[in-house]
Design a protein around this ligand. Structure first.
Ligand SMILES: *Cc1c(COP(=O)(O)O)cnc(C)c1O
Length: 458
């Protein structure tokens, strides 16, 4: 058998993980009202809940943290952070935030008013909620292939350019204070967006006078896919592709907990100094002074190093192959894996895997819960618990575009044998798939309900 990939690092610090029994896990899940967000991390064996902030930092990041400058204003660590953002992303101005949603909150509260619309290929749950909390309308315009779990196409994360153009003409640019594009498209199975699509999206927004912001969380993985899949980019470095990506945008929001390989942090970057000043006002109220934005100096140091490590091609090659390997393992275990495998996660199509459970009974939650009960593997539903909503006109519940279970892979954390273990757990679940029951919500808040909703098995 050919070696599928090799980790381009060795392990210097280890963290023990604890196996539990099936009966214990059944009890833990019941105590958490059948919502995996409520299970203690200690009671999880392999945690694929999210790749956000769960990364293993390098020796260089840890040593940079030790020389963090904790001054309130003008810290040396801010200068290191600013220089890394300028060099890697190419934006002159940057404001740190505590994480991605902090960046979104500051940007949207500054630019967006109630009743206005913000297009995106697909909004992530926090961008969607940040806009809805302002009374604004997040609008998803991804290509139709994004919702197709089977066809193996290179850039299923793309914006549908015709729909975008039509949407802007119909809505009026005056009602669209900002246009977004999410790379990679997390809510569409982590699928990448091509540079041609990024450029064309920018052209449409700009022709209508709309500022263009990238939701940049996984810009490095997106650039890696461009290098490997888009004609004309094979010989360009990831660093160059990243700079070209952002050259078309007026700014970006970033969760550093993703491709900057840290445990906490985020930022807003932009080209316009006046906008930076406007954003600073809100930033100071919400996050903190403009040279720390809710982070410690040491956190800024870790981001500065992580941004550069995140675009290392050896690392990205391993990252993509590691993720793809999990996809292969789950597929051969009998789950229906969304094709092709995305950058940071494997998405299993729960609707195909559990065809007897309708969207209103949350097949994704059912599958995720069984993976936990059988093997202590924690994943997350990205389906109708997360995204279904009542139609504003009829009140009828519109299901999510897909019923997915996401296996998000923390960066540099799990080895291949961990992935093989998950494959065996998946096989146990797949073998009795027809016995699995659906669930109903017994209590939920209005926004971001999946985090704290309570459910019961049917
Ligand atoms: C994680 C994420 C966010 C929000 O970032 P947080 O750091 O979790 O607040 C926004 N957009 C996308 C695409 C994300 O993946």
């Amino acid at each position: 058998m050919p070696i599928p990939f090799v980790e381009p690092f060795r392990i210097k610090v280890v963290e023990p993980i604890k196996q539990t029994t099936r009966a214990e896990r059944q009890r833990f899940l019941a105590e958490a009202h059948n919502n995996l967000f409520g299970v203690a991390a200690e009671d999880v064996f392999i945690d694929f809940l999210t790749d956000s902030g769960t990364n293993a930092m390098s020796d260089r990041q840890w040593s940079a943290m030790m020389v963090g400058d904790e001054s309130y204003a003008g810290a040396r660590s801010f200068a290191h952070f600013e220089k890394a953002v300028q060099e890697v992303l190419g934006f002159p101005f940057v404001l740190p935030t505590h994480q991605g949603r902090g960046a979104e909150g500051v940007l949207f509260k500054t630019l967006v008013s109630a009743g206005q619309c913000v297009p995106n290929n697909r909004h992530f749950d926090t961008t969607q909620a940040n806009l809805m909390a302002l009374g604004a309308n997040p609008v998803d315009l991804a290509v139709a292939e994004a919702a197709d779990p089977i066809r193996d196409l290179p850039f299923k994360g793309n914006m549908d350019l015709e729909k975008l153009e039509q949407f802007i003409v119909e809505t009026g640019a005056d009602n669209i204070p900002i246009g977004m594009l999410t790379i990679t498209n997390n809510s569409a199975a982590g699928q990448p967006v091509s540079l041609a699509n990024i450029k064309a999206t920018a052209e449409i927004y700009h022709r209508h006078g709309i500022p263009f912001f990238i939701d940049a969380c996984r810009f490095a993985e997106n650039a890696w896919f461009i290098k490997n899949r888009e004609p004309g980019y094979a010989d360009r470095s990831v660093a160059e592709i990243v700079l070209e990506t952002f050259s078309y945008a007026d700014g970006c929001t970033m969760s550093a907990k993703k491709d900057a390989i840290v445990n906490i942090g985020g930022f807003i970057a932009c080209r316009d100094e006046n906008l930076k000043l406007k954003l600073s006002e809100r930033l100071i109220i919400q996050e903190g002074f403009i040279t720390y934005g809710g982070l410690a100096g040491r956190d800024l140091e870790a981001v500065a190093v992580g941004l550069r490590e995140g675009i290392s091609e050896d690392y990205l090659d391993y990252r993509e192959r590691h993720t793809r390997y999990l996809g292969e393992v789950l597929q051969s275990a009998g789950l229906s894996v969304y094709q092709p495998t995305g950058g940071h996660a494997v998405y299993v199509d729960a609707a195909q895997t559990l065809p007897h459970i309708p969207p209103a009974q949350f097949p994704g939650v059912a599958l995720a819960n069984m993976l936990y009960i059988e093997g202590g593997v924690r994943t997350v539903e990205i389906g109708s618990l997360m995204f279904s909503h009542p139609d504003p006109l009829t009140g009828e519940v519109i299901p999510a575009p897909n019923e997915l279970v996401r296996f998000a892979i923390p960066r540099r954390v799990y080895t291949r044998s961990h992935l093989d273990y998950v494959g065996e757990v998946a096989r146990i679940v797949a073998n009795s798939a027809d016995q699995i029951k659906g669930l109903q919500v017994t209590w939920a808040p209005e926004l971001l309900r999946h985090f704290i909703a309570r459910l019961a098995w049917l």
